[in-house]
Design a binder for this molecule. Structure first.
Ligand code: OGA
Ligand code: NI
Length: 202
């Protein structure tokens, strides 16, 4: 959806209007969220936007059908999202869980509420999550991934320079997205091990 949105005719007519409208609203919301995150980090409010956090947005509309034996499977296996942040709207079925201190914790649906996940590109310690199936009814979620889109650029991504100091040195080497993604897949998407080769200190 950003930076190169599809032509309207590339989207199915049944959802063309709503998907276009929803993406526009999500980009506006992303703008606000990155302003708040910048301010929370003690940066000027446009900082994260200026270094490219709002350039790319991919969307996914997930449909989890009813499963006759939900305890034998998962809706989505354990993973982290690779972008900067993910904004997720879920219906009232439930099933999303995050890993917290080695335990799976439910993220209960909140009417009108959105879930915001930190992705790997923002902090490198991105939240592990999965979806379990609740059984009785199908589930739908609408997700906006703020990353770099599919523009595999050659830019080096690293810590926000303004936040570094002698007391707060970088923990990881700068990396291109291509290198990051290549390592992530090589190591079987294990969130901790693929960062190993970028680590500068413990
Ligand atoms: C994802 C994801 C969760 C959900 O698509 O990356 O984590 O609730 N989905 O659909
Ligand atoms: Ni995810």
């Amino acid at each position: 959806m950003a930076p190169n949105p599809p032509e309207p005719e590339q989207l199915p007519t049944c959802c063309r209007e709503i998907v276009t409208e929803f993406s526009k609203e999500m980009l506006n919301l992303g703008d606000v969220l990155f302003q708040l995150l910048s301010e929370a980090l003690g940066l000027r409010s446009n900082h994260l936007k200026e270094i490219g956090c709002l350039e790319g947005m991919d969307t996914a509309y997930n449909y989890y059908p009813v499963c006759p034996e939900p305890e034998l499977t998962l809706g989505a296996t354990q993973h982290t999202d690779t972008g900067f942040i993910t904004v997720l709207a879920q219906d009232d079925i439930g099933g999303l869980q995050v890993l917290h201190r080695n335990r799976w914790v439910d993220v209960p649906p909140m009417s009108q509420g959105l879930v915001v996940n930190l992705g790997t590109l923002l902090q490198f310690t991105s939240v592990e999550h999965r979806v379990v199936l609740k059984g009785a009814e199908p589930r739908v979620s609408a997700i906006s991934f703020f990353g770099i889109g599919y523009t595999l650029n050659t830019r080096l991504y690293g810590p926000v320079e303004e936040l570094l100091s002698e007391d707060n040195p970088p923990k990881y080497k700068k990396t291109t997205i291509k290198d990051l993604v290549a390592h992530a897949y090589k190591q079987g998407l294990d969130g901790t091990s693929f960062l190993h080769h970028l680590k500068l200190m413990d």
